[in-house]
Design a protein around this ligand. Structure first.
Ligand code: AFP
Length: 332
């Protein structure tokens, strides 16, 4: 209940599953520890020489920030020894990350974006970590990339942390969405936002308007109508937000509703969208649906997509159900 530490909440959740072994609970607790370690490095920023670029690139061809690399290393090192994971997949690593032979393996796979919103680091805006947990196939000692390629409906848990004015963790294990605030004095996450729900209606949209000329017609029509508001046939006027950090946008939508869009982009057929399915779109879609919202590419439910690669990109339209359904209807 409200005010509980994360550990007590996880044990309470575990008791709802009669044959739970506690392994899943321990994994979530270890992920929370990894996020606290990342929060510490993010919050030290320039004081620890953590700002600026690392001088390397990731598979996405994006210049890595120092904190991208620091967060990635921290997340991997905090989880590889736990014995709960069979393998990992990271935005920052081309291939899947095997568990070193020295450590026991577990029954879960994790996909993660260690530091989402990196373009915001040097300007001191909210960044975060996103993670998605899948089951590893039974009896497979060394999972392959193909073992990760499960539709989002197969996720057993998903969550994200925001490193902003407060450090917050949002988590779903399939029984709704709960938010936890880090109490730095104690060093524990505290349940402060139980049972988060997304209002079905909204008058706030989030999109990077500078890409407008690359959108498909249904998205252009929807945004045009939002911009015209009551003067253009909609029953209300709209407000706009764009933080360029998905964790911040999704958290805002969980607290007051909204629609977030990184839609299909005609620039590069190999990049149907900017956001990655396995460690951005799927975990956020699981969370949004568990909070009563909806999440679609415009043409199909994101959680139903059969992945074809761990770095696959998809268009993303998620948030308040009524607005997402309106955009989907325009695609028909
Ligand atoms: P970075 O991690 O490279 O900053 O990308 C963040 C992100 O994947 C997502 O969090 C934002 O919503 C989106 O990209 C911002 O994209 P633009 O910079 O094109 O607006």
């Amino acid at each position: 209940m409200n005010g509980d530490y994360l550990t007590r909440f996880l044990i309470h959740e575990q008791r709802k599953s009669p044959n739970a072994t506690g392994e899943f609970t321990m994994l979530l607790s270890d992920i929370a520890t990894a996020c606290k370690a990342i929060a510490h490095e993010v919050n030290r920023g320039a004081l620890a020489g953590n700002l600026g670029i690392a001088g390397s690139e990731n598979i996405q061809g994006e210049a890595q920030k120092k904190l991208d690399v620091i967060a990635n290393d921290l997340f991997i090192r905090s989880l590889e020894w736990t014995g709960h994971l069979a393998a990992m997949a990271s935005e920052e690593n081309d291939e899947i990350i095997p568990i070193p032979p020295a450590h026991a393996k577990g029954k879960y796979l994790i996909c993660f974006d260690p530091l989402d919103g990196s373009s915001n680091i040097d300007i001191n805006l909210t960044v975060g970590t996103i993670f998605s947990i899948l089951r590893a196939p039974e009896g497979r000692d060394n999972p392959t990339e193909a073992d990760f390629l499960q539709p989002g409906t197969q996720q057993v848990a998903a969550g994200f942390c925001t490193y902003g004015p407060t450090t917050l963790m949002v988590l779903t294990t399939g029984n709704g969405v709960n938010g936890f605030t880090l109490d730095r004095d104690v060093g524990e996450f505290v349940l402060t936002h139980p049972n988060m729900r997304i209002p079905e209606e909204t008058s706030e949209f989030a999109v990077n308007m500078s890409n407008q000329r690359y959108w498909e017609e249904p998205v252009r029509r929807y945004i045009d109508e939002c911009l015209k508001g009551k003067d253009g046939g909609r029953e209300k006027n709209f407000n706009m937000r764009w933080v360029a950090s998905m964790v911040a946008e999704v958290y805002r939508i969980l607290t007051r509703g909204g629609i977030f869009m990184y839609p299909y982009d005609t620039r590069d057929v190999n990049k149907p969208g900017r956001l990655r399915l396995m460690y951005e779109a799927n975990p956020m879609s699981f969370i949004v649906e568990q909070a009563g919202g909806a999440s679609s590419t415009g043409r199909r439910r994101i959680l139903d997509i059969e992945p074809n690669g761990i770095h696959q990109r998809v268009p993303v339209i998620l948030g308040s159900k009524a607005e997402v359904e309106r955009v989907v209807s325009y695609h028909r």
